[in-house]
Ligand binder design. Structure first.
Ligand code: GLP
Length: 260
């Protein structure tokens, strides 16, 4: 049982991304060769962009069948139309599903790229449906996570209980301020709610990889470093209780961590 935060530190974002991609690729390709289903929980935001780029590169060398490879995303703004350029649906389509389907047509993004529906009329019904979809897939094999400057994972903001399941959540003011950069700098354009896997849903993943890059993440990572027990104030702290979690961070994010 992993009860401390002991990250692997990479010199820069590029090497962090390359390493994360190869960790994912090894697991996915091994499962595909054994004709086993493999489900990766996907994150959005800036942190995983490099990982997806390198993962696509690695898949160029893989000629096997990907029809049992599924991706399920952590979250989506609510309300959010999937055709909107601001949706996580479009982010995934552009950065991962479409490029992968192009190099290996056995991956069908429409079927195998799964994400919460930000325009569902009944948010609770959509959340329940998502939990069922994950369960029917056999659960998440490896969940990729970023971390918010306030310690959020997915859109689980401080205060969210450690056993929460997928549902409608309110964005913290800090998150709105950080994420407004993706909405032309206008905080009023950032949806105030989102559908997100719960912390309990994330914790059910068999393995978890959390990635963090850049100086803005240094303060929260140094706080994580000092913790021995999870606290509701820092959603990522619940990961301390997960038996198989890896933290990959770069030098800039590790600034305060190394000073300890
Ligand atoms: C967003 C997402 C999270 C993401 C986090 C960090 O709000 N909902 O899933 O991990 O914030 O984003 P970034 O990687 O851009 O720093």
């Amino acid at each position: 049982m992993n009860t401390s935060f002991s990250p692997l530190i990479f010199p820069d974002y590029e090497s962090l991304s390359r390493h994360t991609a190869s960790e994912l690729f090894v697991r996915i390709s091994r499962a595909m060769e054994q004709k086993k289903r493999f489900v990766v929980g996907m994150a959005t935001g800036n942190s995983p962009i490099g990982t997806y780029k390198h993962l696509i590169e690695l898949f160029k060398e893989f000629k096997g069948d990907l029809s049992e490879f599924y991706t399920v995303n952590l979250d989506e703004y609510y309300p959010m139309d999937r055709s909107s350029k601001d949706s996580y649906y479009q982010y995934m389509k552009e950065l991962f599903w479409a490029p992968l389907a192009e190099i290996n047509p056995s991956f069908n993004g429409e079927r195998q790229g799964i994400i919460l529906n930000g325009s569902a009329s009944d948010a609770s019904a959509e959340a329940l449906r998502y939990e069922t979809v994950i369960q029917e897939l056999g659960g998440i094999d490896v969940q990729l996570l970023g971390i918010g400057t306030n310690g959020h994972i997915g859109f689980n903001e401080p205060g969210q209980p450690g056993d929460s399941r997928t549902g409608l959540v309110k964005l913290a003011e800090e998150t709105i301020q950080v994420n407004k950069a993706h909405f032309g700098g206008d905080a009023d354009k950032v949806p105030v709610e989102a559908l997100s896997m719960g912390i309990g849903t994330i914790m059910d993943a068999r393995e978890i990889i959390l990635i963090a890059s850049g100086e803005s993440k240094a303060p929260i990572l140094s706080t994580m470093m000092k913790l021995t027990e999870p606290t509701d104030d820092i959603p990522a702290s619940f990961l301390l209780k997960h038996p198989k979690v890896y933290y990959f961070i770069d030098e800039a994010a590790a600034k305060n961590v190394k000073m300890e």
